[in-house]
Design a protein around this ligand. Structure first.
Ligand SMILES: Nc1ncnc2c1ncn2[C@@H]1O[C@H](COP(=O)(O)OP(=O)(O)OP(=O)(O)O)[C@@H](O)[C@H]1O
Length: 379
């Protein structure tokens, strides 16, 4: 959809921000630009909507050179979201979102109806429609920024570090929301970030750029993590490269142990008399949800006295990275696996998870070559 061909940008002071960059950015996918500060990510993004004009090279959208299109029409065909949302402070939330439809000549009523629909889509309470931006939290303002960019239903969305100014929990929520919206709308999204974890979470493909505005690698996240193109990319990915790669391995086939899981109304005398080595059991409520760990040698039967189990992971939805994290953090090294309804499916220790990682990697290697661009990171 967006073809960047041999594009360079040299600013008036001689700085070469982007150097002969070529990228094919497909439809219905999220392409993330990452790289160290000053490597030309923002410049690249802004050349796509002509906020910055390239010094040389060509950018085409659906085959058409963007220089042939009137700049205003071009920009209105592309949603643009920036850090801190960049909202109009004197306009209500509803009118902020309705901005582009109004510019396109929609009636006030139609534009506001569209804005209200978008508030719902990005998870904003309709009660906020008449508020002003300063009356919203940073995360809510970012949602408004996304809604505003989507208002005229542009096929392309340009996002420049849109979630960088909010705390990690809100950021995670915004990323999930973006993925959900993308699964419904299927835009061509170009997303700039500094954060490799964010890139892995949301990107279908990642372009790693190096200082001087050159492309270091352009591939699916999984491929970048498993086969960095050169020492620069490897160093940029950091020491957690192996752990991050586990984000692409499913928990679906993880072998779970159910023998240690018992509902709270069990016959504890009989269970305590078992012959098995482990006296540690996971107690669930009557609905099968985890309550905590009990050491049968000492547990009185009091639910309040159970050892906390930490956080569970959801089989199929969460990756082996999450499962391993849960096991590492659990007091007894056992991660609790649940289904979509939060009911316990079993437990898995670090050894079991390590075995699953080895197996998944062997399978991957055996399946190769495969279309890595189809792989998507689980949370
Ligand atoms: N208007 C300008 N005039 C001169 N140099 C500029 C201008 N805008 C950006 N630059 C320079 O171009 C280079 C690339 O900047 P750009 O903002 O594209 O990088 P970035 O990768 O987005 O950085 P960051 O991650 O820090 O936001 C930097 O060296 C920057 O100082």
């Amino acid at each position: 959809m967006i073809a960047i061909e041999e594009v360079s940008k040299r600013y008036a002071d001689g700085t070469v921000a982007v150097d002969r960059l070529s990228l094919q950015i497909p439809n219905h996918s999220i392409t993330v630009l990452v790289g160290p500060s000053g490597c030309g990510k923002t410049t690249t993004l802004r050349m796509i909507n002509r906020m910055v004009e390239p010094s040389s090279g060509t950018i085409r959208v659906n085959g058409e050179d963007i220089l042939r299109r009137p700049v205003n029409a071009l920009r209105r065909s592309m949603g643009y979201v920036i850090q801190n949302a960049g909202l109009f402070q004197h306009r209500t939330i509803l009118d902020n979102i309705a901005t582009v439809p109004r510019l396109l000549g929609w009636s006030k009523q139609r534009a506001r109806a569209r804005a209200a629909e978008l508030m719902e889509r990005v998870g904003l309470d309709p009660g906020m429609a008449r508020r002003y931006p300063y009356q919203l939290s940073g995360g809510q303002q970012q949602r408004v920024g996304v809604a505003r960019a989507l208002a005229s239903d542009p096929p392309i969305l340009l996002m420049d570090e849109p979630f960088s100014a909010v705390d990690p929990v809100v950021r995670r929520g915004l990323q999930e929301e973006l993925l959900r919206i993308q699964s419904e709308l299927g835009k061509a999204i170009v997303f700039v970030t500094h954060d490799m974890d964010e890139a892995i979470t949301i990107g279908d493909r990642i372009a790693v750029m190096r200082t001087g505005g050159k492309l270091a690698q352009f591939a699916a996240p999984d491929e970048i993590l498993s086969s960095p193109a050169d020492p620069f990319v490897e160093e940029f990915l950091g020491a957690d490269r192996g752990i991050r790669g586990l984000s692409f391995l499913s928990t679906r086939e993880l072998e779970l142990d159910r023998s240690q899981v018992f509902p709270v109304d069990s016959d504890w005398k009989r269970i305590a008399g078992r012959d098995e080595a482990s006296s540690s059991v996971l107690v669930t409520d009557a609905g099968g949800k985890p309550l905590g760990w009990a050491d049968l040698a000492t547990w009185s039967g009091d639910v309040e006295a159970l050892e906390p189990y930490g956080q569970s992971f959801e089989v199929g939805r969460d990756s082996l990275r999450v499962a391993l994290d849960r096991a590492v953090l659990a007091p007894n090294g056992q991660a609790v696996a649940v289904d979509g309804a939060g009911q316990v499916l079993g437990v898995a220790g670090q050894e079991t998870i390590a075995a699953a990682i080895r197996l998944a990697r062997q399978r991957r290697a055996a399946d190769a070559p495969q279309d890595a661009s189809k792989l998507k990171a689980a949370p």
